[in-house]
Design a protein around this ligand. Structure first.
Ligand SMILES: *Cc1c(COP(=O)(O)O)cnc(C)c1O
Length: 306
């Protein structure tokens, strides 16, 4: 990965190489951490902006609440710190990763009085699934691993421990020659990918998994709003893998993946086997908004200048 100069660590800017924790940190052993992923984009007027910064920071605190992890910062302060970290690193465009984790102290599962530490790192990060993926689409497979049940792990917390489920699915998919995994929920309906939400388009209607048993993506929310504003019909409704097979178009949404078209699922070509017209339209609009070229969504952008 490409590194930068400074990491924000519990309120202080520390050099990248010095942002360390002890090997007996609780989160390293038990996954007791929550995180966020945001993107900063260069805008056409020369400034930069973080996409939906405040929504991401609010979700970080909500993830902490779900896990009963007391993050000693407000969403507003985390948001400010994200902008400070981008500026300290002179980063016009890139990825922003806040993480709050149970630190050192007791080694038992019960986190007790262990401190909750928070870091914010930023670094340059291009298209998560590859630049070509954004154009041509990716090949995915239904995972043999089900997405965790809502009462097993809390799907609405962006929690580090939850990512074991994602890693199992992602590794399986990659080793089987696919780009990403589609996970079904424990009832057998399409749920989400290892770190992306899922949309399909069939007969002009856009469909996405209901919020109930997924990580409620901020990109997902943005896509729903933008699609409706563009006049598309969007349904948040359960669907099955065979409905996915016969969709005209499909795509993933996520901060890292942005809007990535899906061209194949389980060796069934989706639609024309390339990014479809609705996907392209939404992708184009998404980038236009993120880069500050659509004033209608200006409130989604937190601007900064170097
Ligand atoms: C982060 C994440 C997403 C996408 O959320 P965004 O807010 O759009 O980045 C989707 N699914 C899972 C499991 C995630 O962790």
């Amino acid at each position: 990965m490409e590194t930068t100069q400074f990491i924000w660590f519990d309120g202080k800017m520390v050099p990248w190489d010095e942002a360390r924790v002890h090997v007996l940190c609780h989160a390293l052993h038990y996954g007791s951490a929550v995180f966020e992923g945001m993107r900063a984009y260069s805008c056409s007027d020369g400034s930069s902006s973080v996409f939906r910064l405040h929504d991401h920071c609010t979700r970080l605190l909500n993830s902490g609440k779900i896990l009963r992890l007391n993050i000693p910062w407000t969403a507003e302060r985390i948001a400010e710190a994200c902008l400070e970290t981008l500026k300290a690193n002179k980063l016009r465009e890139g990825y922003v990763r806040p993480l709050s984790f149970v630190g050192c102290g007791e080694m038992g599962v019960y986190p007790g009085d262990n401190p909750v530490n928070t870091i914010i790192a930023v670094w340059p990060w291009g298209a998560y699934l590859g630049a070509e993926a954004l154009e041509k689409g990716i090949r995915v497979k239904t995972s043999s691993f089900a997405r965790m049940h809502v009462n097993t792990l809390m799907t609405k917390a962006k929690a580090s421990g939850n990512y074991i489920n994602s890693i199992l699915a992602k590794v399986e998919a990659k080793e089987d020659g696919y780009d990403e995994a589609v996970m079904l929920d424990t009832a057998g309906f399409v749920s989400e990918a290892s770190g992306e939400n899922i949309f399909i388009v069939r007969e002009g209607v856009i469909k996405t998994t209901p919020w109930t048993s997924i990580l409620g993506g901020i990109t997902r929310d943005s896509v729903i709003k933008v699609a409706r504003d563009l006049g598309y019909m969007v349904e948040e409704q359960q669907f099955t893998r065979d409905e996915f097979y016969i969709a005209d178009e499909a795509f993933f949404s996520g901060t890292a993946a942005e809007l990535t078209p899906i061209r194949e699922l389980d060796r069934r070509v989706i639609g024309a086997g390339k990014a479809g017209p609705v996907t392209k339209r939404l992708q184009q609009e998404f980038f236009r908004i993120a880069k500050g070229d659509n004033p209608r969504y200006a409130s989604w952008l937190s601007r900064y200048s170097l």
